[in-house]
Design a protein around this ligand. Structure first.
Ligand SMILES: Cc1ncc(COP(=O)(O)O)c(C=O)c1O
Length: 362
């Protein structure tokens, strides 16, 4: 009997699987998805109290209120902002808008998983540029460019490695690529970064028609459940992306909470300070446990476990899960000796390190 078959590219794909836990333990400590440690801005929660007024109405296709708030907060041009149902949606529609089936798109070895996924869904060929010491490498990216290359995806800082490419190197990358190649610069974690040699890419996207910077409300702003992201690029690119994006993909609740969140500078500053304090605490604790880790400028870090002992990464993940703590396995990246853990709130961080100690002493 014949069955309807999906496109060849889709059949090969695996479904994205987050670790939100199967455990029966209530109050799981979820350090597996790089979410905001401090919840969301109370202003955003307050704004949602008025949400039910217009439930029967479609949201605006482009919210002027939200693009104005973003433009004011980051001193950007309103007409160059595109909103999306999470930056995931923007990654997908960029691939669908620009990639033909004989095109290639470059992504980095341990780059964000949605890049190869989006490229495959669009039906094009993904090309991997090797990292060096878990860091995206500009020369390796450039060496993969050929006549078929249409897009370069770069998450900066990158998830799951937590590493970054310096401003100087990003500029060198952009200067070295032909103007018909689109540089997708995903700065999802940029708000956490305090390093001087990092930049969020908005000035590059401002000055060039072949760059799109992506941002999200899911991390620092703590609105992951509402699915809200945005991009900054030329009006020409936005016009084409809007043909592909769902007409009403950004819902009214996301818009209302998003406006309040982006204006709440106190919450944003508090979250950045919290992250810096606890990231440095984590690093000290891991050192004292003799565990190797990948230094990170984000709100998560990868920890390495010995492969040839019962204290391996898989057992660590299982042990922590049995205590109600969820972390992210790195097996899907081929990094089976690592787990990725997000910085949580004070209580969660203390419990995590206590249980990690218990695991290692066991
Ligand atoms: C690098 C990177 N880009 C994009 C996203 C997706 O964010 P959103 O929740 O806005 O879809 C994530 C989420 O983990 C991420 O790590």
């Amino acid at each position: 009997m014949n069955f309807p078959t999906p496109r060849f590219n889709i059949e090969k794909l695996k479904t994205y699987k987050p670790n939100f836990g199967k455990s029966k333990i209530n109050n799981l400590i979820r350090l597996s998805a790089n979410e905001s440690a401090l919840g969301a801005s109370s202003d955003a929660m307050e704004a949602l109290k008025f949400y039910s007024n217009d439930l029967n109405r479609y949201p605006p296709q482009v919210s002027d209120e939200l693009t104005s708030a973003i433009s004011k907060r980051y001193l950007l041009e309103k007409k160059k902002i595109i909103l999306g149902n999470g930056s995931d949606e923007l990654i997908s529609i960029i691939a669908q808008t620009f990639l033909n089936s004989d095109d290639e798109a470059i992504y980095t070895e341990f780059g964000f998983l949605q890049f190869p996924q989006a490229i495959s869904i669009a039906g094009a060929k993904g090309v991997v540029a090797k990292d060096i010491k878990f860091k995206a490498n500009v020369d390796n990216i450039l060496s993969k460019i050929n006549k078929k290359t249409k897009i370069i995806f770069l998450a900066n800082p990158n998830n799951p490695t937590g590493t970054f490419v310096s401003k100087k190197d990003v500029i060198r990358l952009h200067e070295s690529i032909p103007s018909n190649i689109l540089l997708v610069y995903d700065a999802a974690y940029s708000e956490y970064v305090v390093n001087n040699d990092y930049f969020d890419g908005s000035e590059l996207a401002d000055a060039n028609e072949n760059v799109i910077m992506l941002r999200t409300f899911s991390k620092l702003h703590g609105l992951a459940s509402l699915r809200l992201g945005w991009g900054y690029t030329s009006e020409k690119i936005i016009a084409n992306l809007m043909k592909v994006r769902g007409p009403f993909s950004v819902n009214t609740a996301a818009i209302m909470a998003g406006v309040a969140a982006i204006e709440d500078l106190d919450f944003q500053n508090k979250s950045v300070q919290h992250n810096l304090k606890w990231m440095s605490w984590f690093k000290k604790e891991l050192q004292s446990l003799n565990l190797d880790f990948q230094p990170s400028i984000t709100n998560f870090l990868m920890i390495r476990f010995p492969s040839n002992s019962k204290h391996n990464a898989q057992n660590a993940e299982n042990f922590l899960a049995s205590k109600g703590i969820l972390v992210r396995s790195m097996q899907v990246y081929g990094l089976s000796n690592y787990i990725r853990v997000s910085i949580g709130n004070e209580k969660e961080n203390l419990i995590f390190i206590d249980e990690l100690k218990a695991f290692l002493e066991n």
